[in-house]
Write a protein that binds this ligand. Structure first.
Ligand code: ADP
Length: 299
């Protein structure tokens, strides 16, 4: 896939994000528009398939070389497609080297620690791909929309200074992880308000999807514009050279999944990982082991 196009999805550090300027649909440029939706979709599905296979082998290599961990962060409005992305993008990956963690409203115990504590504990080990379905970004998103949910903290104003300190903490946390061998990929699944309405209605109309419907999603939808603003702030303040945000057009699930799979595989490939090489001595030992087995008498 065109690297320049993928780069365009990245939020340049220091740039003020205005989500209204980002397309949520499939026709991202004139060339795609000209090719037509069906042709683009067909090619996208092929790329997704190729990437699934590549991701499976990239993950084996990640595991064998045991040097890096990969942390994938998925954020987005309700119904943006976080669960489906995990299911479809990671479907070929060996579950042993992959861990998915979803974050809900913090427990009492979690609230009795600093806001990064629960995420620290859930980080992937070296060699693993860890996926955060929601993340510490919730602590500058949902709680910024609903500041009454900030509890057990020392008194003080919850103004600009307070939130800037949180962005700073997040940037420092990520810098520390990256310096110590964690690759961080951050995706914001960008859907339109109309698409959310469509997906919520689908959940209500389809018996098999009913369980996914939550009245709280409808409540949160009322805060759509405020959410867009706090997302803009978070994306602006925490897109860094080392850990940039990607704004992924997500009104079409196949678009989002293909792009995310492509970005993850491209990133892991760029690490230039190699299977561990053995010393001459170890090779000699293995040769000896093989000779032993081959000479073993058949029972
Ligand atoms: P999902 O919507 O991800 O499928 P749930 O329906 O269980 O899962 O929703 C999780 C809820 O937890 C969301 O409403 C989200 O805003 C909330 N949440 C996650 N992290 C935090 C946090 N740090 N503080 C407050 N609420 C949070």
């Amino acid at each position: 896939m065109n690297e320049r196009y993928l780069k365009r999805l990245q939020v340049r550090p220091g740039m003020k994000v205005r989500l209204g300027e980002y397309n949520t649909g499939w026709a991202q440029n004139d060339a795609l528009k000209e090719a037509g939706k069906e042709a683009v979709k067909e090619r996208a599905m092929e790329i997704l398939e190729e990437n699934r296979a590549q991701l499976a082998s990239a993950q084996e290599l990640l595991w064998a070389s045991n040097t890096y961990a990969v942390l994938i962060i998925l954020q987005g409005m309700d119904t943006a497609g976080k669960d489906g992305t995990i299911k479809h993008v990671m479907s070929g990956v060996n579950p042993q080297g992959c861990k998915v963690q979803s974050f809900r409203v913090p427990t009492e115990e979690e609230l009795d620690h600093t806001f990064l504590w629960r995420y620290w504990k859930a980080l992937p080990n070296r060699g693993e791909i860890g996926i955060f379905n929601r993340s510490y970004y919730e602590d500058v998103l949902v709680v910024k929309v609903h500041p009454e949910r900030l509890v057990n903290l020392p008194p003080g104003k919850r103004g600009k200074k307070f939130w800037n300190a949180r962005y700073e903490d997040i940037n420092a946390f990520e810098r520390h992880l990256i310096r110590n061998g964690t690759v961080i990929l951050k995706f914001y699944l960008h859907i339109s308000k109309d698409e959310q309405k469509k997906r919520l209605l689908e959940r209500l109309q389809d018996r098999e999807k009913l369980w996914k419907f939550s009245l709280s999603d409808l409540e949160e939808r009322k805060f759509w514009d405020i959410y867009q603003e706090v997302y803009e702030d978070a994306l602006t303040m925490t897109s860094t050279e080392m850990a940039p945000w990607y704004i992924i057009p997500a009104d079409h699930k196949w678009v989002a999944r293909t792009l995310i799979a492509e970005i993850i595989t491209t990133k892991i490939r760029s690490l230039d990982l190699a299977y561990p090489t053995l010393s001459g001595e170890s090779m000699a030992q293995l040769k000896e082991a093989r000779r032993h087995l081959e000479e073993e008498e058949e029972e």
